[in-house]
Design a protein around this ligand. Structure first.
Ligand SMILES: C[S@@+](CC[C@H](N)C(=O)[O-])C[C@H]1O[C@@H](n2cnc3c(N)ncnc32)[C@H](O)[C@@H]1O
Length: 226
């Protein structure tokens, strides 16, 4: 992807921050099938609540929607996002839940950011891999392999490709996104089949230990091969 697409992605998420969590309530972009989004959010929440150990890094954390679920299992949490508005939403949430002292918030491009080697025991990555082209994907996973400790764990939550999405999305490419005030943005997004998720783990040498595939979301868990 080029730098102008990256800038549009950045401003899209900055502008969407205040309304971002609506999707998990079956509103906003989820309004075509609210019950499905609500049900799958509940299902994933149960899975996330069983994940996490030691020092977690939540990559492209957004508003920190999942943090309350894994926080109790972790010693420390590093939340990284490029968007200052997303991080402001996240900070508010962490303060309200009295979790802020357990967390470090970092603003920047995670693909370019320097992070210490072998310093994280687990990583949560929600709806970020689907915004990366193959070159960026390799940068992310090579970085993950470097910053995770041996036996480090990974949880990926992202968007599925299936009968439902086929009706109104294309599988991969620049796609239009609409905010509630009518503004439109074009961002790169791809949707995953179950086989593609398996290939992703295999390609970057993570052993998959669990996968759940829904109509709109999937969640996959793995461990770094040493
Ligand atoms: C779809 S949201 C996901 C938020 C959260 N992980 C979740 O599961 O709800 C994608 C997030 O990725 C962030 N992002 C996009 N590119 C990034 C980059 N290169 N470095 C860090 N964050 C990035 C955006 O700002 C946005 O908050």
């Amino acid at each position: 992807m080029n730098s102008s697409s990256d800038k549009i992605m950045m401003s899209y998420y900055d502008e969407r921050a205040a309304e971002y969590d609506l999707i998990y309530e079956g509103r906003g972009p989820a309004q075509r099938a609210p019950e499905i989004y609500q049900r799958e959010t509940r299902k994933i929440s149960r899975i996330v609540s069983k994940f996490g150990k030691g020092h977690v890094i939540d990559i492209a954390c957004g508003t920190g929607f999942w943090v309350s679920l894994y926080a109790k299992r972790c010693r420390h949490i590093t939340m990284v996002d490029q968007s200052s508005n997303m991080l402001d939403e996240c900070r508010r949430k962490l303060q309200a839940m009295h979790l802020i002292r357990k967390c470090t918030l970092l603003q920047g491009d995670v693909l370019k950011m320097t992070l210490p080697d072998k310093s994280f025991s687990s990583s949560v990555i929600g709806f970020f891999v689907s915004h990366l082209d193959s070159e960026q994907e390799a940068v992310l996973f090579n970085k993950l392999r470097r910053i995770l400790r041996p036996e480090g764990e990974l949880l990926i939550i992202d968007s599925t490709w299936g009968d439902m999405k086929m009706q109104y999305r294309k599988k991969e490419g620049m796609q239009e996104r609409l905010l509630t005030d009518g503004r439109r943005f074009s961002v790169y997004k791809r949707y995953f089949t179950e086989q593609e998720v398996n290939c992703l783990f295999e390609k970057y040498a993570f052993t998959m230990t669990f996968i759940w595939f829904g109509n709109v979301f999937f969640v996959a868990r793995g461990v770094l091969n040493v």
